[in-house]
Write a protein that binds this ligand. Sequence first.
Ligand SMILES: [Fe+2]
Length: 237
Amino acid sequence: MIFRQLFDYESCTYTYLIADGQSREALLVDPVVGNATQYLKLLSELDLKLIYAIDTHVHADHITGLGVLQRATACTTIMGEKSRSDCVTAKVSDGDQIKINNIDISVIYTPGHTDDSYSFLLSDRVLTGDTLLIRGTGRTDFQNGNPSAQYDSLFNKLLKLPDEILVYPGHDYNGMTVSTIGEEKNNNPRLQISSEDEYVQLMNGLKLDNPRMMDIAVPANLVCGIGDSIMPDLNGS
Ligand SMILES: [Fe+2]
């Protein structure tokens, strides 16, 4: 398997490139529109064909690259069935499998950060979107976020995975790149609580500022980020 973790410096978003070394089929998870040229160049350099572009949820802090990548490569764009984004070509549900040749990816519905948040499990790693971050968890105070739902997603789904499963989050703001389920169980301050009520209180007490791009990003992402004003020049460098 080919696996690359790519970083967007503006929004501290991680984008993941996963590809099968034999068939050369690839997928991207959480691509950022401004980096689409970089992704296409990397795909070309690695001799890969983009099959799927996936968003873990409707993002509030950056504009998705799904639409522009679909136009450039004719890939299938995917979000979870709970997404209100009608621009994707396929929607997946909890328990579904996304397959590229020998790589199987299981879809896990993990609401809480938003009500359309999904995680994606491979044999040895899980992409947790903004549900489980390294030493943190995604905020739950907008886009139908719900701390009780996030508690359930964390404690009854993600943390039930084997301790050695690698955790690749949707963001990091502190320079961390990868963790494991066991490492987060023991060291993530948001997970050192004894009840759902305690988690709800913790999350409701955060009082965070809204993301800078939220008013632009959410409506743009509901149309896969393909408004004319935000389309990058894919021929430029
Ligand atoms: Fe998010």
